[in-house]
Design a binder for this molecule. Structure first.
Ligand code: P6P
Length: 337
């Protein structure tokens, strides 16, 4: 009998295994995740070369192969748009890079039941200093009739309507993490075979932690309760849970990924001049809020569950507090003061 090495499942094998457990499933979601994995692998190649941009030519120039050199986030956007448009599972996309949604409006796409929101390359400003960056995506079942072009209403759904969400972190290794309501699973890219392989099955966010992530430079612009919580994190000693440590690298995907695995809290609060903060609801906060809740954590805007926010605009911003359940409760206690 042939022994099949089932030790290391690839992303494709994993999604197909999940599919086998739901005979009634159409396989569209599995196909969508495979498309996203393919685009991520192509982006990974370019991100890893980013340090050579002087040799390869800067955005807006023509490289030695005579190709137009695009900014990496434009390249990433085009990769995702391309695989999703030519796949069989997506009716249209919304992107951080594009002012308006893109309705694919062809027969196959119009008969697809999903739409995808994504930030193709979040933190791309960190590329030239070699700090990890990432892709963030959220998948929604469309609300408009199958067989017709998707509409903007398909995209302006609250995050609690997501079917799946995930991110790719281009770091010391390249990892794709995605969640459905059944669980959160992480896949590390094995360059030897060019496949994402299951490395972090069934990820759970530790209920507490000792890492707090925030931009201290804005401290005096934060609301009083946020300042009080941050100060309390700094005053922790052995009598009240031991000292916390501050970790913030200015790349949300990397910061939240670390806290998801190790436990911790990530905050991007509103400030006096930007009360809605900086992060985007639809393709930065909603996907991570979905992932963290499936993993056992919580995510709010300071007063409301992120996933319950009813969006009104594609690119609207929201304050974001996300992480280990007990640390989020600590923060909430301050806001009740
Ligand atoms: P600040 C990157 O530009 C980003 O959108 C997130 O990835 C990151 O968490 C945040 O901005 C950092 O913003 O204002 O602290 O530099």
């Amino acid at each position: 009998m042939m022994i099949i090495n089932r030790n290391i499942l690839t992303l494709d094998e994993f999604t197909i295994q999940q599919l086998r457990q739901f005979p009634q499933a159409t396989g569209e979601l599995s196909s969508l995740l495979r498309d996203i994995g393919l685009a991520s692998k192509r982006i990974n190649v370019e991100v890893n070369k980013a340090g050579l941009v002087d040799i390869l030519g800067d955005a807006g120039t023509v490289n030695v192969q005579g190709e137009d050199v695009k900014k990496l986030d434009v390249y990433a956007n085009n990769q995702f748009m391309g695989v999703l448009k030519h796949g069989i599972s997506c009716a249209g996309i919304g992107s951080e890079e594009l002012d308006e949604v893109v309705v694919f409006d062809d027969e196959v796409s119009n008969n697809s039941k999903y739409v995808v929101m994504f930030d193709p390359l979040d933190g791309s400003g960190n590329i030239d200093v070699n700090i990890s960056i990432g892709t963030i995506f959220g998948i929604y079942r469309r609300v408009s009739p199958i067989g017709t072009p998707c509409t903007k209403e398909d995209f302006l759904q609250p995050g609690n309507r997501q079917v799946a969400a995930g991110y790719v972190v281009y770091g010391s290794s390249t990892m794709l993490v995605y969640a459905t309501r059944r669980g959160v699973n992480g896949f590390t890219l094995d360059p030897a075979i060019g496949e994402f392989c299951l490395s972090h099955p069934d990820i759970k966010c530790p209920s507490s932690g000792k890492i707090y992530s925030v931009n201290h430079g804005n401290f005096f612009s934060y609301e009083k309760n946020v300042q009080q919580y941050i100060t309390a994190c700094q005053k922790k000693d052995k009598t009240n849970g031991g000292p916390y440590t501050q970790r913030y690298i200015g790349s949300m995907v990397a910061d939240v990924h670390r806290n998801l695995l190790k436990g911790g809290i990530f905050m991007y609060p509103g400030t006096i001049d930007k009360p809605k903060g900086k992060l985007r609801l639809m393709y930065e906060c909603n996907p991570f809020a979905f992932i963290i809740e499936v993993a056992g954590g919580t995510a709010t805007n300071g007063t409301q569950r992120i996933l319950d926010i009813q969006p009104t605009e594609l690119h609207q911003r929201t304050p974001m507090f996300i992480g280990s359940k007990e640390m989020m409760l600590e923060l909430e206690n301050f806001s009740k003061v």
